[in-house]
Design a binder for this molecule. Sequence first.
Ligand SMILES: Nc1ncnc2c1ncn2[C@@H]1O[C@H](COP(=O)(O)OP(=O)(O)OP(=O)(O)O)[C@@H](O)[C@H]1O
Length: 328
Amino acid sequence: MTELAIETHGLTKRFRAQTAVDGIDLAVPRGSVFGFLGPNGSGKTTTIRMLLGLVGATAGQARVLGGDMPRALHDVLPRVGALVEGPAFAPFLSGAANLRRFDAADRHAPPATRADRVAGALDRVGLAHAARKKAGAYSLGMKQRLGLANALLMPRDLLVLDEPTNGLDPQGTREVRSLIRSFAADGTTVFVSSHLLAEVEQLCTHVGVMSAGRLVAQGTLEEFRRSGESRVEVVTPDPGPARATLERLGLATDATGPAHDSDAAASDALVTARFTADDGIDAGAPTADAIVVALVADGVRVRGFAVRRTSLEQRFVELTGEGFDVVA
Ligand SMILES: Nc1ncnc2c1ncn2[C@@H]1O[C@H](COP(=O)(O)OP(=O)(O)OP(=O)(O)O)[C@@H](O)[C@H]1O
């Protein structure tokens, strides 16, 4: 069995002159909660539609749960729960009746256990109390939860959720996020698209970043945090020797500026340098400790020392060239 729940190579979708998805290589590990992040219009929904066989790819390959799509569609789809652009619920039927209809349309779902499945799914998403209420009278959050219940009628190995918290109020958002966490805790792989950085940060183990149809980065959230550039800051009255030491260690220094620190003496300067490894992971790069030792050994009077990391937000802006909506 492959380790990847979703794997694409050169996956591409063109609409006439426009390339909506431009040769992406996705690798979504099994058991991960993979945040598919990107600004509006960056190609997330189109990618999801290709993965689910809702639209054909112009070029490239996609494997979902080990099956080549769309050839293996009928084997794969029963194991995938999806929430894409809100399912069309009949407004005059109750939540439970809507789910019974969807369940009845699934030829893999045994009719004898339908009532249990529907009750179980409603319970799972916290809608048991509203099972008999008409879906048209549901709030947006309840409709979204009904959509999730629909995705959960059968046991799933993979959930694909397109912007599941879009349009929800803060309470609904919290509920849907906590549901997603509970799916992941059961071992289901979750592939969730979002344009909210904070959401991905709170929910996901892995992240892929889309920008204008391209996958500009992917990896674990932790790798992501580390991939941003950091800076070392040295407050010292000896900026010249400090720069010389940093450069000898292979760090690229910036122009020396005045020290802003309120404790800094008038004679202190701030020397900064680009720094890529504050944990020694980058082989050959000096650690923060080694930098301090070298400065002191060279006779530099170190009055302040800090490593400042690029925030995730700055990192995404660097990658996509766009500001993210950072509202949680
Ligand atoms: N059926 C279509 N015909 C023509 N262009 C399309 C079609 N579907 C999507 N596009 C275009 O492809 C690009 C990517 O759209 P897509 O919906 O995949 O982005 P997205 O990242 O999901 O954005 P959003 O967060 O707004 O949903 C957009 O420029 C969109 O206008």
